[in-house]
Design a protein around this ligand. Structure first.
Ligand code: SAH
Ligand code: SF4
Ligand code: F3S
Length: 447
């Protein structure tokens, strides 16, 4: 509460790991703690409070948290008033255990406990050590839905749902984020209108599986209708969403790709594997042919649609033939980009108890084979863009400072020489060169 705020600002050093859910929670954390007089600092040496907003999706992400905590421990030795806290998915998973395991840690807050953070910080200022990781009821969660910070910006992210009910057998998210809830449609539309008023031109809707938005909430719009409402806003030029679950791609959503020119020609559609046997054991709810049929329907609705995906290599019981099936999926889909991960055993998940766990060496070899092939495919796709005209939303000045930078409809970074007055505009760019992570072009004409 603001009446307790003190005059001298205190430093908050906040490190965010993991997905966009954490990024949006971190925005909320900053705004909640500003009421206690904490202001973000970029140098941990200037901090009175260090918070880690953590990810637990793979073991590597989790162990990173302990590495970072170890580093901050030295700061605490020098400054005993420094408060250190852990939030996010590792906090949710470990709760009290984290306080026991890390003696210099002051507070732990779970994914449903952001609203309790000011109280925990005040307690820590008085020398208390506490953790809050209770899951809360749906109604309360709906009322506490994190709203994006009031920062302006041309491309903005809007969280439309939280949690996940899919229980893919390898995945920790349903355990650390709780049940799936869809944010109120009116609130989403209101937030986007406000963003548009402050200059937003591109909106990306976020959730663990956005395309099941509203299915369990009879009073809310369905996902396709939500897209239509947003596309009808004059100031919004582009619309994206992520992540989609292949099982929940409805005919209405496919129709949106044909009907809504503002909906960008890109979909992130994680397959996870190309083998039916593995997909079944992953509890994904679709087979290889269904996945491919969905991609075909989407590309029929929007010719040239760029598809990106996620693949897990070395799921328990993955045979050489299963792996070959995944490799051949790459040839059939021709992913524009692919995020591939070695299977990592996660606590509580069904697959952690599955037989047939593979050795690290086999998993690594397969990952490298897959990544090599995908690298070639991505290169071929980018090379084929040379000479074409791409519509680019100019977002700002490139990192090197001498060019404008933006993204194509298919979400590729495009750099182009031009005047800063074009920032915020859609322009046509003729692609001249393709680089591993970006394209270089020249302005064709202003959009
Ligand atoms: N909700 C999204 C993504 C969630 S996590 C979806 O359903 O697609 C992001 C990616 O991490 C997943 O798509 C998956 O490829 C990967 N992942 C999740 N759990 C994993 C695990 N235990 N080991 C390795 N990769 C994992
Ligand atoms: Fe995890 Fe599956 Fe939910 Fe994605 S859909 S978050 S992979 S359980
Ligand atoms: Fe990681 Fe939690 Fe997101 S586990 S991927 S930060 S939902």
């Amino acid at each position: 509460m603001s009446e307790t705020a003190i005059a001298a600002p205190k430093g908050l050093y906040l490190e965010t790991f993991g997905c966009q859910m954490n990024v949006s929670d971190s925005e909320k954390i900053v705004s909640l703690l500003s009421d206690l007089g904490y202001r973000p600092v970029t140098d941990p040496a200037l901090a009175d409070l260090i918070l880690l907003n953590t990810c637990s999706v793979r073991a590597k992400a989790e162990s990173k948290v302990y590495d970072y905590l170890g580093r901050h421990r030295l700061r605490k030795l020098k400054n005993s008033r420094l408060i250190i806290g852990v939030g996010g998915c590792v906090a949710q998973q470990e709760g009290e255990r984290l306080l026991k395991r890390v003696p210099y840690l002051d507070l732990v807050f779970g994914t449903h406990s952001l609203h309790l953070l000011p109280e925990l910080v005040r307690g820590a200022e008085r020398g208390e050590r506490r953790s809050a990781t209770e899951f809360i009821d749906t109604e309360t969660r709906l009322n506490l839905f994190p709203q994006a910070a009031d920062t302006g910006g041309i491309t903005r992210f809007v969280t439309i749902m939280q949690g996940c009910d899919n229980f893919c057998s390898y995945c920790v998210v349903p355990y650390v984020r709780g049940r799936e809830i869809s944010r109120r449609s009116a609130e989403i539309l209101g937030e986007i209108r406000e963003m548009a008023g402050r200059g937003a031109r591109e909106i990306t809707l976020l959730g663990q599986n956005v395309n099941s938005y509203g299915l369990k909430s009879p009073d809310e719009l369905h996902f396709a209708d939500l897209l239509r409402e947003i596309a009808a806003m004059d100031d919004i030029q582009r619309l994206r969403f992520t992540t989609s679950h292949p099982r929940d791609i409805s005919p209405e959503l496919i129709a949106c790709f044909a009907e809504l020119p503002k909906l960008c020609g890109h979909i992130h559609l994680p397959a996870q594997s190309g083998s039916d046997a593995i997909l079944e054991r992953m509890n994904r709810g679709y087979g290889r042919e269904e996945y491919l049929a969905t991609v075909t329907s989407l590309r029929k609705a929007r010719p040239g649609l760029a598809v990106t995906g996620d693949i897990i290599i070395g799921f328990p019981g993955e045979s050489e033939a299963d792996f070959e099936a995944t490799l051949s999926l790459l040839e059939e889909v021709r992913y524009a980009d692919l995020f591939s991960f070695v299977y990592s055993e996660r606590p509580e998940t069904a697959a952690a108890g599955y037989s047939g766990q593979l050795s690290r060496g086999v998993k690594q070899q397969r990952l490298e084979r897959l990544q090599r092939r995908q690298h070639e495919i991505t290169g071929e796709i980018c090379e084929a863009l040379v000479g074409t005209v791409q519509r680019v939303l100019i977002e700002g000045v490139s990192r090197r400072g001498d060019q404008l930078t933006g993204r194509s409809d298919a979400n590729r970074i495009v750099n182009v020489p031009g005047d800063a007055s074009l920032i915020g505009q859609l322009v046509d760019v003729t692609i001249c060169q393709s680089h591993p992570n970006s394209l270089l072009g020249e302005l064709s004409r202003e959009g």
